[in-house]
Write a protein that binds this ligand. Structure first.
Ligand code: BES
Ligand code: ZN
Ligand code: ZN
Length: 520
C-alpha cells in the first residue's frame, strides 16, 4: 500500500555527481557502450563482462561498491552503490523492446529493495527503436510497478527489521532530450500509480473494500478535472428495476451501488463505455464455493478496480477526442436468508428475464444490468467490460492471456494491439448461436448457466451479449490474469492491476468504429 508515496523525478546533473544510495546503468547484451558512461566506467563494465558473471541479459543485475575499488571510477562516482542492469539482446520487435525496459525498471526496484536503498538514480539508455518519451515511460512504469507492496495490515517491525522503502527514483536523460523524458516520466508515473491503486483496492480484504468503498473512491476521484461521479444506491436500483444487481445483493447485509464516473471532453466526441465487475466478495451464494481458496474471491472486484483506475489515469493524462463513462456494479455475493436460489427468475433492467441455475454465476447478472443501462443512457460508440467472470478461462488460457470476446472485428483488433503494446496479451475466443443455445431456458428468456460446463467462458459472454444489442462490444475475462498473472520483476504475486494500462493505451489512440461489422 502506498502509505508513503515514492516520488519520481528528473535528475538534471551529471550522474556521477549523484550522492545517493544506488546509481543504475541499463546495459544492452553484447553492446559495449552505455549511455552517458565515461571511459573509466566502460572499462569497469568490460572487466565485469570478462569475468562472465554479467553480460547484460534480461533482468540480470551486477552490484558494485565504488568505495571498495581503487581507480578512477571510485573517484568520479559519488553514489554509495553502482548497479548494472541487463536489458537483454537488442530486438527488432517494438513490443519486446518496451517490455525489456519495463522489466529492467522492475529489476532496479527489486535490487533497491534488497539493499534498502532510499535514493535511486537510473540513467536511461540510448534511443533504440523507441523514442525518448516511450523509453522514459516504460522505465518509469517498471520502477513504480516493481516497487509495489501492500502492507496495510502488518504492524511495522522495529529496529534492524524495520522496513526501508525507496523514497525517490530519479531519471537521468542520458543522451535523450530532457523535455521528452519529462513527458514520458509523467505518463509512466500516472499509469503505474493508477495500476498500483487498482492493486491496492484488490489487496484489501472483503471487509476492507466493500461496495461503499467503491463509491467513496469514485467520489474522491471526481474532484479531478473533467470527471463527474453519480452513485445509484439501492432505492435508485429498485426504481430502475435492476433485478440482476438487486438479486445478487439479496444474500448480503451490505447495500449495493452502481458507481458511475463520467469523463467529459466535448459533446460532439463519441462516448466509450467501460463496465467493471465490482463483486467485493464471491462466496458463490447458495451454490457455495468450496472453502479451499475461497479467500481469493475477495479479488472478484478486479474489473471494477481496473475501471476506476482507468478513469483516474485518463483524467490525469487528459486524453482528448473521446468521452469515457465508467460503470461499476458493486455488491457481495453471499447466502443470507433472502439470497437468490436456483430456480428463481429475475428480471433485468430493460425487462429481459433470467432463470437462475447457479447462484455462483453472479457476475453476468450484475454486468447485464450495467451494460443495458449504460447503452440506454449514454449511446456509446463502443463498450468494453472487464470481469473475473469464469474459472473456465483459467483452464483454457492459464494465467498468461486475458480472454477476449467481441462482436466487432475492429474493436477486438484495437484492444489486442493495445494489450500487445503494454504486454498484457489478449486471446480472442469465438461467439455464436451454437454457444448461445446453451443458455436457452424453458421458463425464462435465458438462464444464467449452461447445463454442462462446456465452453463456460463463451456461454458467460453470450449472456452478456444479450444486453448489448448492435453496439460494438468487447468482453475481457480477466479471471486468469487479475491475480497470479505471469510473474515478472514488475508484476508481483497477488493482484496485477491488469487491464488498466491496456485500456488507457486503447483509449489514448482511439480509432472511430463503424457500427457492428460482423455477426459473431
Ligand atoms: N468469480 C467467479 C469466477 C472465478 C473463478 C474467477 C475462479 C477467478 C477464479 C464467478 O463468479 C464464478 O463463480 N463463475 C462460475 C460460473 C459457473 C457457475 C457457470 C465458474 O466459473 O465456475
Ligand atoms: Zn461466482
Ligand atoms: Zn464472481
Amino acid at each position: 500500500m502506498h502509505t508513503q508515496k515514492v516520488t519520481l523525478q528528473l535528475f538534471d546533473a551529471p550522474p556521477e555527481s549523484f550522492v545517493g544510495d544506488l546509481l543504475v546503468y541499463l546495459v544492452e547484451e553484447d553492446i559495449p557502450h552505455v549511455a552517458d558512461a565515461d571511459e573509466s566506467l566502460l572499462r569497469l563494465l568490460a572487466q565485469i563482462r570478462d569475468t562472465g558473471d554479467f553480460k547484460g541479459a534480461k533482468e540480470e543485475v551486477f552490484l558494485v561498491y565504488p568505495g571498495l575499488i581503487d581507480g578512477e571510477t571510485n573517484q568520479r562516482v559519488q553514489a554509495k552503490r553502482l548497479l548494472f542492469v541487463g536489458l537483454g539482446k537488442q530486438n527488432e520487435n517494438i513490443h519486446v523492446r518496451r517490455e525489456q525496459l519495463r522489466l529492467s525498471g522492475g529489476a532496479v526496484a527489486k535490487q533497491a529493495g534488497a539493499v534498502k536503498a532510499k535514493d535511486v538514480l537510473v540513467v536511461l539508455p540510448k534511443d533504440y527503436l523507441l523514442d525518448a518519451i516511450e523509453i522514459a515511460q516504460c522505465v518509469s512504469e517498471g520502477l513504480l510497478l516493481g516497487n509495489y507492496r501492500f502492507d496495510l495490515y502488518k504492524n511495522p517491525k522495529e529496529g534492524d527489521d524495520a522496513p526501508v522503502t525507496v523514497e525517490r527514483f530519479l531519471l537521468s536523460a542520458g543522451s535523450l532530450a530532457v523535455s521528452a523524458v519529462r513527458k514520458g516520466l509523467e505518463r509512466g508515473r500516472i499509469l503505474a500509480e493508477a495500476t498500483n491503486a487498482a492493486r491496492d483496492m484488490a489487496n484489501q480484504p472483503g471487509n476492507g473494500w466493500t461496495p461503499a468503498e467503491f463509491a467513496d473512491y469514485a467520489k474522491r476521484l471526481a474532484k479531478k478535472p473533467r470527471l463527474k461521479c453519480k452513485i445509484l444506491d439501492k432505492s435508485d436500483l429498485q426504481k430502475l428495476k435492476m433485478g440482476g444487481i438487486l438479486g445478487v445483493n439479496q444474500g448480503s447485509a451490505l447495500p449495493p451501488f452502481l458507481v458511475i464516473l463520467e469523463y467529459k471532453t466535448e459533446k460532439k466526441h463519441p462516448t466509450i463505455l467501460l463496465v467493471g465487475k465490482g463483486l467485493t466478495f464471491d462466496s458463490g451464494g447458495i451454490c457455495a464455493k468450496p472453502p479451499a481458496g475461497m479467500e481469493d474471491m475477495k479479488y472478484d472486484m478486479c474489473g471494477g478496480a481496473a475501471v476506476l483506475a482507468v478513469m483516474q489515469a485518463i483524467a490525469e493524462i487528459g486524453i482528448a477526442g473521446i468521452n469515457v463513462v465508467g460503470l461499476i456494479p458493486a455488491t457481495e455475493n453471499l447466502s443470507g436468508s433472502a439470497a437468490l436460489k436456483p430456480g428463481d427468475v429475475i428480471r433485468h433492467y430493460g425487462g429481459k428475464t433470467s432463470e437462475i441455475i447457479n447462484t455462483d454465476a453472479e457476475g453476468r447478472l450484475i454486468l447485464a444490468d450495467a451494460l443495458a443501462y449504460g447503452i440506454d443512457v449514454y449511446h456509446p460508440q463502443a463498450v468494453v467490460d472487464l470481469a473475473t467472470l469464469t474459472g473456465a478461462v483459467i483452464i483454457g488460457l492459464g494465467h498468461h492471456y486475458t480472454g477476449l470476446m467481441s462482436n466487432s472485428e475492429q474493436l477486438a483488433t484495437q484492444l489486442t494491439e493495445a494489450g500487445a503494446q503494454v504486454s498484457e496479451p489478449l486471446w480472442r475466443l469465438p461467439l455464436g448461436p451454437e454457444y448461445r443455445k446453451q443458455i436457452d431456458s424453458r421458463v425464462a428468456d435465458i438462464k444464467n448457466a449452461g447445463s454442462d460446463r462446456s465452453a463456460g467462458t463463451i456461454t458467460a459472454a453470450c449472456y452478456l451479449q444479450e444486453f448489448v444489442g448492435e453496439t460494438p462490444w468487447a468482453h475481457l475475462d480477466i479471471a486468469g490474469t487479475a491475480w497470479d498473472f505471469t510473474e515478472k520483476s514488475y508484476i508481483p504475486k497477488g493482484p496485477s492491476g491488469t487491464g488498466v494500462r491496456t485500456l488507457v493505451a486503447c483509449l489514448s489512440q482511439w480509432q472511430p468504429l463503424k457500427p457492428v461489422d460482423n455477426k459473431h
